[in-house]
Design a protein around this ligand. Structure first.
Ligand SMILES: Nc1ncnc2c1ncn2[C@@H]1O[C@H](COP(=O)(O)OP(=O)(O)O)[C@@H](O)[C@H]1O
Ligand SMILES: [Mg+2]
Length: 315
């Protein structure tokens, strides 16, 4: 339960204060996978650090498992855990199993249940065979999996995952997503951050989109799409770079947002327009001379929705 949560980092020297998180509110239900989705610098990590009692909020309140993050941090910490991207936090000279033993001891886990739990965790993250190799000899994907196992030694009721697939190869990222699913199936509540729309769509029961420290939308994937439902998309593929046409379209009445991407051999422009507008002819006109390969209406994807919501907040 997060209410009007805010974090202001004081500016150094003459720099202004930074409102990294600016009055966000949301509620995560027990047992769900909740996604905080937003571009770099949106305030995702700052939010997760406040919720995991690593950082004190400037104002607002956050309750985790019924306890206040500013008052009951000791009690909360016993019942949660956190995996943040790119951290070390493991002893690379020790084996996977030795690391899990070490962190279990830090949490004061009863030795009777410890070894059995460690075996179960090694199985969960698919590292049983490599349990007795040093972590320094693990591949990237194995390291990320042992990081996750380390975060499970205290059997947390809530697990915070900050960009759990950042920088991983696509196949390894897919394994990690499958692992996140398995943890959720076993009853762990998961709050994860990501800047990948598809990852949030694939994994999360509900998603909150944040941009510039503000929450711009929340709901499940369908609800998010509906929230900008008065839009439809004109999809155009051209051989030539459409940057000038994009400028013209952005100033055209009825156009909500335009974005374009270069893909091998062509450019894809997606123009979100108001549903009632009839702009296909106008778009055709503006794009003429750019060697148009394909043009037509398309359904908005969640990616379109995300881009619309985030860019609307940036202006
Ligand atoms: N310790 C800090 N001091 C000052 N500014 C910070 C600090 N940590 C983060 N910020 C700023 O707060 C904003 C949000 O950062 P962050 O929460 O890391 O975003 P995200 O995880 O979504 O990429 C960024 O503009 C970042 O530069
Ligand atoms: Mg971050």
């Amino acid at each position: 339960m997060v209410e009007e949560l805010t974090k202001v980092f004081p500016g150094k020297r003459k720099r202004p204060d930074k409102r990294a998180v600016d009055g966000i509110s949301f509620h995560v239900k027990r047992g769900e996978i909740f996604g905080l989705l937003g571009p770099n610098g949106a305030g995702k990590t700052t939010t997760i650090r406040m919720l995991s009692t690593m950082l004190i909020p400037t104002s607002g309140s956050a309750m985790v498992l019924g306890q206040d993050v500013t008052k009951d941090e000791v009690r909360i910490r016993r019942r949660i855990n956190l995996v943040s991207g790119g951290e070390r936090g493991l002893y690379y000279r020790l084996t996977g199993r030795q690391n899990l033993r070490f962190f279990s001891e830090l949490y004061g886990i009863d030795p009777h249940i410890r070894d059995e739990r460690i075996d179960r965790l090694l199985e969960l993250v698919d590292l049983k065979e490599s349990a007795d190799l040093r972590v320094e000899d693990y591949s990237r994907g194995m390291k990320q999996r042992i990081h996750i196992a380390r975060a499970l030694v205290n059997d947390p009721e809530v697990l915070f995952l900050d960009e759990p697939t950042l920088g991983l190869d696509p196949e390894i990222a897919r394994d990690i997503r499958a692992l996140i699913r398995r943890m959720a199936d076993q009853g762990t509540t998961i709050l994860l951050t990501t800047h990948y729309m598809f990852e949030a769509e694939e994994l999360c029961d509900r998603i909150a989109i944040i941009s510039n420290g503000k929450l711009v939308a929340q709901g499940n994937a369908l609800e998010l799409k509906d929230s900008v439902n008065n839009a439809t998309v004109i999809h155009v593929e051209t051989r030539d770079d459409p940057f000038e046409a994009v400028d013209v379209l952005e100033d055209t009445e009825g156009v909500i947002h335009v974005n374009y991407d270069r893909v091998p051999g062509r450019f894809i422009t997606r123009i979100q327009v108001e549903q009632s507008s009839d702009l296909l002819g106008d778009v055709n006109e503006v794009m003429r001379g750019l060697r148009v390969l394909r043009i037509g209406y398309d359904e908005p994807t969640l990616e379109d929705t995300y881009i619309t919501l985030v860019s609307a907040n940036e202006h």
